[in-house]
Design a protein around this ligand. Structure first.
Ligand code: HEC
Length: 162
């Protein structure tokens, strides 16, 4: 019985999600597709997983782990601990299924590459962890401005102010 209602909730959430996703694209005149409506559709990527917890895609799940890891790195850096790359292996989020398959375009993979480079660089500079940590977070922000602006509020809390 419970299982059935979960499935029904899942289907309902999926339908709502589809409707939400189809609202923004295909404006009648592409030249008037202003930045605002683009922003709204970008923001929807974070809302989707909240209204649809049963259909969370692997990329969204990995991103959640990435925020947890980044926050944990931040706490360690603030305690003057040296980060251990074995404790924070790079998560290959760009190899798994996203909520919106349209994101899988060249610019996305280029931003993924830059993020991975910034991430690995952090462990090579134990004496400048704040600087390289902040650069790594900046590479999260850079991609999120293009693809998924919803979580930016949360990501913008991650940099270490010094
Ligand atoms: C190359 C692009 C890219 C980079 C780099 C990137 N993200 Fe994401 N992020 C995405 C996309 C696309 C999604 C939507 C994933 C989905 O819904 O399947 C996402 C989703 C998220 C979410 C929402 C997950 C949820 O609950 O649905 C958070 C939070 C997030 N990212 C944080 C981060 C953090 C922190 C970093 C850096 C450590 C980062 N992202 C780096 C593209 C990126």
């Amino acid at each position: 019985m419970i299982k059935k209602s979960i499935i029904i909730t899942g289907i309902f959430a999926f339908v709502v999600l589809q409707m939400a996703c189809n609202q923004n694209p295909a404006p009648k005149d592409l030249s008037t597709a202003d930045a605002k409506s683009k922003e709204d559709s970008l923001a929807s990527c974070s809302k989707t997983t909240i209204i649809d917890p049963n259909n969370t895609k692997p990329m969204a799940l990995m991103m959640r782990q990435m925020v947890i890891n980044a926050d944990s790195m931040k706490q360690r850096i603030l305690r003057n601990e040296t980060l251990d790359s074995l404790q924070f292996p790079f998560i290959k989020f760009y190899l798994v299924e996203p909520t919106d398959p349209n994101v899988l375009e060249p610019n996305f993979f280029e931003k993924s590459r830059l993020h991975q480079a910034a991430y690995l660089e952090l462990f090579k500079h134990p004496k400048e962890q704040i600087k390289y940590y902040n650069l790594m977070i900046a590479s999260c922000v850079s991609c999120h401005k293009d693809y998924c602006s919803g979580p930016l509020k949360r990501i913008n809390k991650l940099p270490i102010n010094s």
